[in-house]
Design a protein around this ligand. Sequence first.
Ligand SMILES: [Zn+2]
Length: 241
Amino acid sequence: MKRWFCGDDQVVLRILGGRSNCFLVQNHEHYLLVDTARTNRWEQLSKILDSLTRKGGTLDTLVLTHTHFDHAENAAAIKTKYNSNIAVHRSEADYVQKGDSPLPQGTRLLTRLVIRLFAKALQPHFRYKPAEVDIKVDERFDLQALGFNGYLIHTPGHSKGSMSLILNDEIALVGDTLFGRIPGAVFPVYADDPALLIKSWKLLLQTGCKIFLPAHGGAVSRELLKKRYEKQSRRYNKETS
Ligand SMILES: [Zn+2]
């Protein structure tokens, strides 16, 4: 299990890898889960969570970086089994409560085609078991009260309500705001508003974070994000001027 230490008290564990990452943040006896992966990973996910929480910890909070099905499909099961509060951005809370995903937009020829040709057929597969949301996040939400040194910030672009979790101003868990599947390429293959996404990259760079952990693929360094931001912001400034 890959882990990153973050300050004296906090550790980030990548408890599921593969197609979708699931990260667990631990601060002493408090655990916070970031995203849930798909239902076909439930058995594996719950087994890991059981073994960790059996040692005395509690999974107080589930943060959904956004509400696409591959992040939220197990939200209801987590809430039922571990009695966790669900935190999501206010603009996407209804999706969780209805068990639905906002339809994404492609950023490449292939993904644009997939959405254009198959959106209607795909939509029913984007549904999942609904769950009640406990914490509706606006622009920023401090995690101190939940036992963590960090905060959630609204980083829209991939979806309207995408959020990132900033820990100790060192490590950011960014959901699909960045992709890490292809080394060197960090632009997500789906984004509703690419210009807004680039603005969110700027917000991430305004933190002190050195490591950015996407929900798909490996870690992205600050240097790489900075390089890609400079290139993409020139492109989008040109398009909007
Ligand atoms: Zn997504």
